[in-house]
Design a protein around this ligand. Sequence first.
Ligand SMILES: [Zn+2]
Length: 263
Amino acid sequence: MRKQLLLLLVVGMVLVITGCSSVPYTNRSRYLAYSQSEENELGKTAWEEIKKEEKISTDSEKNAMLARVVKKLIPVSGMADLDWEYLVFESETENAFALPGGKIAFYSGIFKYFNSDDELAVVAAHEIAHVIARHSNEGMSQQNIANIAGVASVLTAYILTDGDTAATAVTGAVAYGGLNYGFLLPYSRTHEAEADEIGIVLMAKAGFDVDVAVPFWQKFGNDSTISFFSTHPSSADRIENIKRVISELKSGTHTSGVVIRAK
Ligand SMILES: [Zn+2]
């Protein structure tokens, strides 16, 4: 039993060390268990399924607006070579999402909040940021670590309690619950804040007006139904984070090295 535990820990550590890299534009270290091509494959499979279920919009204005914006953001993403695809789905849903490998979807219901390309760019850049920061990959990788850590803690409890199965079961339940709340949930908050941050950087690089971002999120947060914020946080922290990024970009102190020059 002890040998198995040791082996599990060693395997876990080797995996983590070999899978470490840093996120573009923020330099945050992260662990990715899957390769870019595995990620692309997963994204493509999900995308094909979703396309079968959703009604693809033929609204030429909305499609043209999305295309105009995305075509400016992709070249500055640093991952222009992904197989990017973007579509508008016909639905009242006021939301947008991204899949790994460069698939971006906007529901037609969200367009009523966009009074300009800059405003659409706020949401598009946030979604593209999730893709280039490879957040889905990291989320799945964290789940793997949580599973290894969960198994390790159960094995440890088993050894420490001399094989008391009841005590082992309790430890296992506590460990899994703790891992979810203390480890996995904060990751999704980190990812949202990071997508906001990288999104603003991409907007700046592509020449969009980053100053629309704060009023846009405030307007959208006040007026929209809950669909977008069921998958994205709406909070004062978020606005503060975006304000910080914009001010760092303007003063030339942002980690990315990107600078917004005064006009
Ligand atoms: Zn998001």
